[in-house]
Design a protein. Structure first.
Length: 468
């Protein structure tokens, strides 16, 4: 009871501290209230006096109740296509598992590269990194394509959070895949949706043309190294109980023989899989929104009988994530619109007056990176802070291309920190394989690894290219 009361005190106290703090000029009372509610919501999701979904629901209610936003605007996050994409990713995962297609794919993977848990991670990560060159949605890739396979792999080894066996394989597998998806998102201009927006910011503010070729050329060495290092680091610090599977190929072959030919539902699931993935990869041709493509896939699964209405309404983790992610996304977006984050950037800049450009660049990039704790999406973070931080760094005398590259890649890499940092984060967290405490702890460690690689190998690579 005392622990429960303490958690509620932390939530309420965080809001009170924000409201009591000195208020910068030009910020409205409503904006200050929004910051207080958002801060309390984030603290609540950490302290968890109740479920995270309930915390966000309380935050959304408070935003409307205290006239910070109109009810329509407070609830607008639930109409965001990204939130529906998250929901659909869960349903697609349910279909893959229900039909047995996921189990079949899992054993095919195991038969091919299942000699170790690291091998399984690298197989999934390689697929994601390759798709990032064509699929400009990390939610579609990591959530709709990779997650069903990864969950099937975990369950094939009897690793399930429902019975406390998540650390056998699933926790390591899913967390490593997510952390590497963040890197894959950073490596391509098409790695995730807001990268194109970031490239536009760079051109508008510094006349740096960060095109498709230059983006991947700058990231291929440091990003590729991170894709190798991150699974190794997590294998050491957050290891699975199952490390070696010397008889996996024999077991998988026997299971596949026992399953027999693909069933009608498996074939339908595979068709939908190909349909959705194909439409996601060719968005530039037909301009159909990723979420609409996902909804189309769900409708086909429903009309064909692969999924029933009870399957969908009974997918409790999906609806839980829908509630808390929809509310959090809207509050984060609204906070970026208030100007508070811009004031934050200006305040950070005042600290670097008189510094060398190298020192100013290092400090401001670090501040920019860890400010992502306050954002529920890469888009919100970069939209609010990329341009002001870039301008301050340029004023300090830093080379434009170097400054743009660091901020662009960091905009993505910073999503490693939290379970709400980018679209796939709540999808993977919602599987309940990784606890919030572990996510934040090891996410912070991965951030150190990412920063170290880009501060050494990244800078050396760009120097070799003659970019600074």
């Amino acid at each position: 009871m005392k622990s429960h009361a303490f958690r509620w005190a932390a939530v309420i106290g965080s809001a009170a501290l924000v409201l009591a703090a000195p208020r910068p000029d030009g910020i409205t009372v409503e904006s200050w209230r929004l910051l207080a509610i958002f801060t309390a919501t984030i603290v609540g999701s950490i302290a968890q006096p109740v479920a995270p979904g309930a915390i966000v629901l309380l935050g959304v209610t408070a935003v409307a109740l205290f006239n910070v936003m109109t009810p329509a605007k407070a609830l607008a996050g639930y109409s965001d296509p990204i939130v529906w994409l998250v929901l659909c990713a869960f349903f697609i995962s349910r279909g893959v598992l229900k039909t047995g297609l996921g189990r079949r794919i899992a054993f095919l993977f195991i038969r091919a590269i299942g000699q170790s848990s690291l091998g399984l991670v690298y197989a999934c990560v390689s697929t994601d990194a390759l798709l990032a060159g064509f699929v400009p949605s990390n939610g579609a890739r990591a959530g709709g394509v990779i997650l069903p396979v990864a969950k099937s792999l975990a369950e094939a080894y009897d690793s399930n959070p429902e019975d406390g066996t998540e650390r056998r394989l699933g926790a390591f597998l899913l967390f490593a895949i997510y952390q590497c998806d963040v890197v894959a998102s950073s490596m391509w201009l098409t790695g995730q949706a807001s990268n194109v927006l970031i490239a536009k910011f760079a051109f508008d503010a510094a006349k740096v043309d960060l095109n498709y070729g230059k983006w991947i050329l700058g990231a291929v060495v440091p990003g590729g190294l991170l894709l190798i290092l991150i699974p190794l680091v997590l294998y050491k610090l957050y290891p699975p109980n199952i490390k070696h599977t010397p008889h996996a190929a024999t077991i998988a072959r026997g299971e596949l023989n026992a399953m027999g030919p693909m069933s009608r539902d498996e074939r339908m699931m595979l068709i939908v899989f190909a349909l959705v993935a194909g439409l996601w990869m060719t968005t530039a041709l037909h301009h159909i929104n990723y979420a609409v493509v996902a909804l189309l896939g769900i409708c086909v699964l429903f009309l064909s009988g692969v999924l029933t209405w009870n399957d969908m309404i009974g997918e409790r983790p999906a609806w839980d994530v829908f509630i808390w992610y929809g509310g959090l996304v809207r509050m984060a977006e609204a906070l970026g619109e208030t100007g508070i984050t811009r004031k934050f950037a200006e305040s950070a800049a005042s600290m670097t007056v008189g510094w060398t450009w190298g020192a100013a660049l290092a400090v401001l990039v670090l501040i920019y990176f860890y400010a992502h704790y306050g954002f529920a999406s890469i888009t919100a973070h970069s939209s609010a802070m990329f341009t002001p931080f870039l301008m301050v760094i340029l004023v300090a005398g830093a080379p434009p291309l170097l400054s743009v590259l660091l901020l662009a890649y960091v905009s993505n890499l910073s999503a490693c920190l939290t379970h709400y940092g980018t679209t796939p984060a709540p999808i993977y967290f919602g599987t309940r394989y990784v606890t919030q405490a572990d996510w934040w702890k090891y996410g912070l460690i991965i951030s150190f690894v990412a920063i170290a690689v880009y501060a050494t190998v990244g800078l050396a690579w760009w120097k070799l290219l003659g970019w600074w």
